[in-house]
Design a protein around this ligand. Structure first.
Ligand SMILES: [Fe+2]
Length: 452
């Protein structure tokens, strides 16, 4: 027998012994205590919309035991998980997606009835995981210039090593220094649970700020190791301060929607399209959307079977049809053709994609803005055959009637201070790549780009 081959298969000589993942057991891996405080929409001076829970978010609460954290990290750092799931969306950051397809432990943990009960209890409403691909989305900040360098620096045992901070870093205020934050935004999905898998002692930053109704910000501390925090991130505008002072920071995230029919589901795929495998994302998305539609129809049908005279109430039926038509249409609009998506991302860059709303605000202050935007829409120079022109028309009709519009940035009513352009419409729908494409065709991008 070849001695080298023998060495390779012998467990002492390989790393395989550490790669076996454990079987999820809530008695061993969970260590839950309810959040000490739930922050209500009311105390943030925010209106509760039809989609919303009364709760905007929770303070951090213990969820995974010491063993649970290590078992989760062991599951994540398996060779097959890193090989299949890792990409680097930004320098110094690794993102792991679709981990539940590679790790039974992670899938079982998030979907276990006990874990589901905990997250529902925290937000005070019944929740469903959005779709399998959104289970355990993991962000890793670790040293290393490439994916392979970064993955080499990952160990099951969380590091307690700290990084010296400069006086400036220690004094840092995320509300003033905007270079070290994920800026104000709404999430793509209604609810989120963020679970911390790293030691946070010595860490500066990592907290979340929620924008209150009066414009001030409420600070929510970041979770420590094994703890989780929940947020109604699709409804409340929030900002995340990046963490400094630690060698690694690993957080893992699962997103949810309400499991109750008749409650509006404000999900979009805007934030995930740039780094997801679009084919598998769209497959899961379609299934989840059709399932939700089926639930809505079944719910209405059950009511009508119990009270047949309900069908004579035209308004109820009209509401159902309008809402579900809108839901189906949005389902489709979110599925930008992969080729188109890649073409535009290549032309403009991934960073610019996420800055689309900010770019739009800047562009509006250009002296050429009204003229170029208006002529682009009048002449339909951008995608003249597309369905988006119908969408623009129907939004304009809603504006004329004084109705509110649903958008990636919450529900809004147009103030009519200027014309409503295709740029507004594409951003409302969270189609950032198409927005950039329209901006390019209008000539506004060139002017913006020269100034930036
Ligand atoms: Fe967020």
């Amino acid at each position: 027998m070849n001695p080298f081959l023998w060495l390779k298969v012998w467990p002492w000589g390989s790393t395989d012994s550490t790669e076996e993942e454990e079987t999820f057991d809530p008695r061993i891996h969970l260590d839950y205590s309810p959040p000490q405080k739930k922050i209500t929409m009311q105390e943030l001076l925010l209106n509760q919309s039809a989609a919303a829970s009364l709760i905007a978010g929770t303070t951090p609460f213990p969820l995974l035991s010491r063993e649970g954290v290590r078992a989760y990290r062991r599951a994540l750092f398996q060779k097959k998980v890193l090989e299949e799931c890792a990409s680097s969306p930004f320098p110094g950051t690794l993102a792991l997606r679709d981990v539940e397809k590679q790790s039974k432990f992670i899938k079982d943990f998030w979907t276990h009835p006990e874990t589901m009960r905990i997250v529902c209890e925290a937000m005070g409403v019944p929740l469903d995981v959005i779709m399998p691909t959104e289970i355990g989305h993991t962000n890793i900040q670790v040293e290393g210039a490439s994916v392979s360098e970064m993955t080499k620096n990952l160990n099951v045992e969380p590091t307690t090593e700290k990084v010296e901070l400069t006086a400036e870093e220690r004094a840092y205020d995320p509300l003033k220094d905007t270079s070290t934050i994920i800026p104000w935004h709404y999430d793509s999905y209604p609810y989120v649970c963020v679970l911390m898998l790293s030691e946070t002692e010595g860490m500066v930053g990592g907290e979340t700020y929620i924008k209150k109704g009066d414009g001030t910000a409420k600070k929510v501390e970041g979770p420590q190791i094994g703890h989780a925090v929940m947020l109604q991130g699709g409804e409340v505008e929030h900002l995340a301060a990046r963490a400094k002072g630690v060698k690694e920071r690993i957080s893992t995230i699962t997103s949810y929607r309400s499991a109750v029919p008749t409650i509006y589901d404000s999900s979009y795929m805007t934030n995930v399209r740039p780094y997801a495998n679009l084919n598998s994302l769209y497959t899961e998305w379609t299934q989840y959307r059709l399932r939700k539609l089926k639930d809505e129809i079944t719910h209405y049908l059950n009511r009508v079977e119990e009270e047949p005279e309900l069908v004579l109430d035209g308004a109820a039926l009209e509401k159902l049809v309008a809402e579900q038509t809108d839901y189906l249409q949005r389902t489709l609009r979110q599925m930008i053709a992969p080729k188109e998506h890649q073409r535009i991302l290549k032309a403009y860059g991934r960073a610019v994609y996420y800055e689309a709303p900010k770019i739009w605000r800047t562009v509006q202050s250009l002296p050429e803005f009204e003229e170029l935007a208006s002529s682009a829409d009048k002449n339909r120079t951008w995608m003249p055959e597309s369905v988006y022109w119908m969408d623009l028309q129907s939004s304009n009709e809603a504006i004329r009637l004084g109705r509110s519009l649903k958008a990636t940035m919450g529900t809004f009513t147009w103030d009519k201070k200027r014309e409503y352009y295709m740029g507004d419409e594409l951003l409302r729908q969270g189609l950032n790549e198409l927005f950039l494409d329209w901006l390019g065709t209008s000539g506004l991008w060139d002017i913006y780009h020269k100034q930036a």
